[in-house]
Every structure is written in structure tokens, then in C-alpha cells.
Design a protein around this ligand. Structure first.
Ligand code: SDX
Length: 382
């Protein structure tokens, strides 16, 4: 937890000061002025695009949003009730079979097109995971829609009627995608780097990152937050759960609270906390018990000595879970959306590592705590 696994110029975090910058730009300014697609260009290329560069990048991404038709059949191999993250791990890994040329991992052109394909195809793969799980027909991407609008269109459109995503929902989701785009050497990004360091295909490395993100201690937290809030609301006994979280003998933790690095408010949580409260206020009398529980739990945790002493603040997942719920995103799609957002971070780190001529295979060391040397014992003497 204290030894640097790599050097990187992509994202800077100061956990004590609550600072997060993508390529030197403060997350607060990107949240206010940028879009997710522009942020993808920044993370991938290191500079903000001018108008012509952004238009060209948008055009390139639009060229790659469709999937090989054979991949439609791949979905049909999953049980109808498969968790969409299981489908994502499988389908993204399967892209390696459709782009064998991607194994030429030191070729700059291969690195660039692999990055473009992943950024472009993740919304389609994610939306089709949802459609398959719900027995609805797949909706194809459209080039007349923006990146995030296109994703919501593929998620919620049906062939029987014309519809467009709510612009407010597009704006809220685009902000969530910006905030989740990268976070230096978190568990899933470190997984992508370690997997890619063996010169594995970038689609296989990204599939490994998705698998790591799925865990409730990491990207699965936004889904776990809502399940926790539902259980607390159902019980009507919030104090019981706060006490469980504080009990060393109880594995229960408050989902959406705490962070390995931020010992101050997660700057991303600060940004979406306001949007979350605005959205909840927009509910007015439609407010639901779950959202009331969320606000009450936040208040208690910010005042309780146990959390204050350990610097356990609400993290980005606490508020993003509530917002996604309010946008009508199904619970088992929450981590899929995190994976969609983080794809640009994963592939930017992969590209940075594979472009480094000094890069070598990862091989962490260990502290051996096992038996000293001893002789084999024949089974009749055991
Ligand atoms: C993400 O790494 C990244 O950057 C991740 C991420 C990203 O963008 O990639 O930011 C995304 O994964 C955010 C975190 C989402 N996970 C959750 O919300 C799950 C709940 N949180 C915890 O599981 C926990 O806080 C972690 C996993 C996030 C951090 O675990 P650590 O590093 O072990 O926590 P810590 O060392 O800071 O804990 C200090 C103390 C310990 O108690 P003591 O031993 O000191 O008595 O606080 C306790 C912990 O037991 N603690 C909690 C708690 N989190 C830590 N107690 C109750 N509830 C919690 N949520």
C-alpha cells in the first residue's frame, strides 16, 4: 500500500487535501466545463482537444460503436438472469477473438485503435447486456446522438416507438461518467496494468479490470449502497446498522463510506453530493423512504465519532448510487456504468505502460510466512 507500482502522468490524487486532477486539470473544472467524450480525449492524449480535434475524435469513436454481428449470439450463451457484469467480463474478453491483431501490443497504431474500439463499444456492450437480461431486442447505436445520449438510447429505447433520453438524465449521467473516468492505481486499473504487462491482448486486460471492479469493496459499492439502504429502510432501525458498522467483530461496513486514499471528503463525492441533493429535492413530495434514509445516514456518519476519528466520509459511490437510482437505472447496471466510465482510464494506463520502452512484466514480491524446509512423509506414517 506504500510502494509505487509504476510512474504515471495521467491522474494526480492528494488524499489528505482531497485533490483529484486528470492530466493536471482539477476534477471540479472538468465537471463544470467538459463532457465525458472530451475527457476521454484528454486522458488518452494528455491535452484538451481543440474544436477540430474533438470533432475528428467524435467521428472516429462513432465509426467503432457497432459490434460484430456474431457477438449477438455470444449473449445468448448466458442465463437470462445473468448479472450484467458477468456478461461484460465475457463479452469484452471475447473481443480478443475478433481483433487478433490487437496482440501486436507495442505497435502505436494498434494501441490507438484498441483504445478507440473499447471507448466506442463499451456503451453498446453495456446496453445490450441490459437488453438481453430483460428479454428486449438490442437497439443499435445512432450517430446523430452524443456519446452518453446514445448509451441511454440503447438502454431504454424500444423498436415500437420513437423516444429520446431526457436531457437532464443525459447531463447527470455524463457528469457521473466524467467523475469515474480515472483514479490512478485503484484495484481495477492496477489489474489492467499487471495483466497488460505480460503483453496480453488489451481486450483481455480490460476484461480482467472489469472483473476486479465488480467487487463490492471497489466498483460494486454503488450497487451495494442501494441494497444496504433498502435493508436499513426495511428494518426501520438505522442505529442498528451504524452500530454493526462500528463493531470490529462484525464484517458489515457502511457501503459508500471510507476510502483507501481520501482521508478527507472524496472530491468527486463533493461534486455529485450537490446534484444528488438537488435531484432529491426535485422529488419534493415524491421523496421516498430510501432517499430519506440516505440523507439521515449521511448526517449521522458525518457526526459520529467512529467515522470522524477514522476519517470515513461518504465516497463517490454513496451519491452515484442514489443518483443512478433516481435516473431509473436498474440496480444491477450500476457497476456496469462504472465500468463503462472507467474504460478510458484503464486503456489510457495500458497505453501509457505499453508505450514505455522500459516497461517490464509485473512481478510483485511477497513476505514468505510458511513452513521452513522439511522432509516428505510417506502416507503410511501420516
Ligand atoms: C472505490 O482505490 C480507488 O481509488 C477506488 C475508487 C476508484 O475510483 O477506483 O475510488 C472507487 O472503490 C471507492 C470505495 C468504494 N467502497 C466502498 O464504499 C465499500 C465500503 N468501504 C470500505 O470497504 C473501505 O472503506 C474501503 C475498502 C473503501 C477502504 O478500506 P481500507 O483502506 O481498509 O479502510 P481504512 O484502512 O481507511 O479503514 C480505517 C478504519 C478501519 O477500522 P480500524 O481497524 O481502524 O478500527 O475504518 C474502518 C476500518 O475497519 N472502515 C470502516 C469502513 N471503511 C473503513 N468501518 C465501517 N464502514 C466502512 N465503510
Amino acid at each position: 500500500m506504500s510502494t509505487a507500482s509504476c510512474d504515471s502522468a495521467i491522474t494526480y490524487i492528494d488524499g489528505d487535501k482531497g485533490i483529484l486532477r486528470y492530466r493536471g486539470y482539477p476534477i471540479e473544472q472538468l465537471a463544470d466545463h467538459s463532457t465525458y467524450l472530451e475527457t476521454c480525449y484528454l486522458l488518452l492524449n494528455g491535452e484538451l482537444p481543440n474544436r477540430a480535434e474533438l470533432t475528428e475524435f467524435r467521428g472516429i469513436i462513432q465509426e467503432h460503436t457497432m459490434l460484430h454481428e456474431a457477438l449477438r449470439g455470444f449473449y445468448k450463451g448466458f442465463r437470462h438472469d445473468a448479472h450484467p457484469m458477468a456478461i461484460m467480463v465475457g463479452v469484452v474478453g471475447a473481443l480478443s477473438a475478433f481483433y487478433p491483431d490487437a496482440s501486436d501490443v507495442h505497435n502505436p497504431r494498434v494501441q490507438e485503435i484498441a483504445a478507440h474500439r473499447l471507448i466506442a463499444k463499451m456503451p453498446t456492450i453495456a446496453a445490450w447486456s441490459y437488453k438481453y437480461a430483460n428479454g428486449q431486442p438490442f437497439i443499435y447505436p445512432r450517430n446523430d446522438l452524443s456519446y452518453t445520449e446514445n448509451f441511454l438510447h440503447m438502454m431504454f429505447a424500444v423498436p415500437t416507438k420513437d423516444s429520446r433520453p431526457d436531457p437532464l438524465h443525459v447531463k447527470a449521467l455524463d457528469l457521473i461518467l466524467i467523475l469515474h473516468a480515472d483514479h490512478e492505481q485503484n484495484a481495477s486499473t492496477s489489474t489492467v496494468r499487471l495483466t497488460g504487462s505480460s503483453e496480453a491482448n488489451p481486450f483481455a486486460a480490460t476484461s480482467a479490470g472489469i472483473a476486479s471492479l465488480w467487487g463490492p469493496a471497489h466498483g460494486g459499492a454503488n450497487e451495494a449502497v442501494i441494497r444496504m439502504l433498502e435493508e436499513i429502510t426495511e428494518s426501520g432501525n438505522l442505529k442498528k446498522y451504524v452500530d454493526k458498522a462500528k463493531d470490529k467483530n462484525d464484517r458489515f461496513r457502511l457501503m459508500g463510506f471510507g476510502h483507501r486514499i481520501y482521508k478527507n471528503f472524496d472530491p468527486r463525492a463533493k461534486i455529485i453530493r450537490k446534484m444528488c441533493h438537488d435531484l432529491l429535492q426535485s422529488l419534493g413530495d415524491e421523496s421516498t423512504p430510501l432517499f430519506d434514509t440516505a440523507l439521515e445516514l449521511e448526517k449521522i456518519a458525518l457526526e459520529d465519532e467512529y467515522f470522524v476519528e477514522r476519517k470515513l466520509y461518504p465516497n463517490v459511490d454513496y451519491y452515484s448510487g442514489i443518483i443512478l437510482r433516481r435516473l431509473g437505472i436498474p440496480l444491477d447496471m450500476f457497476t456496469v456504468i462504472f465500468a463503462l466510465a472507467r474504460t478510458v482510464g484503464w486503456i489510457s494506463h495500458w497505453k501509457e505502460m505499453m508505450s514505455d520502452p522500459t516497461a517490464r512484466i509485473g512481478r510483485p514480491r511477497q513476505l514468505y510466512t510458511g513452513s521452513k524446509e522439511r522432509d516428505y512423509i510417506p502416507i503410511e506414517k501420516r
